[in-house]
Design a binder for this molecule. Sequence first.
Ligand SMILES: [Zn+2]
Ligand SMILES: [Zn+2]
Length: 112
Amino acid sequence: MSVISPARNTSTINYHHLPAPQQNLFDQLMAQADNTASAAEYEALMAALIAITGITGVRYNEILKCACPCDCGCIFDADAPGLRTVEEPQGYNLGRLQCPTCTDEHPTPDAD
Ligand SMILES: [Zn+2]
Ligand SMILES: [Zn+2]
């Protein structure tokens, strides 16, 4: 008997709730996805990342970890509506976006 209720629609998960080996793997694959010059490799890495996290309903095979300074650890669909960019990615593949919760609850971390 499991005390964990079955995951149905898991559109976000929390990085901090993943076991350490999965966190390490997630970090490695994310770093590779961020830096690869190959679209095919990027897609394969993203597919692996989605499999690791168990997120469902991803629109375009792309997930991100929240880039908010609060370090909430939220991992979410990169193409969910209404997300806010924290900073423009410079020379990287991945956007730097806030998760849906941070977009709602945390002021844009604008400098100045
Ligand atoms: Zn967040
Ligand atoms: Zn936040």
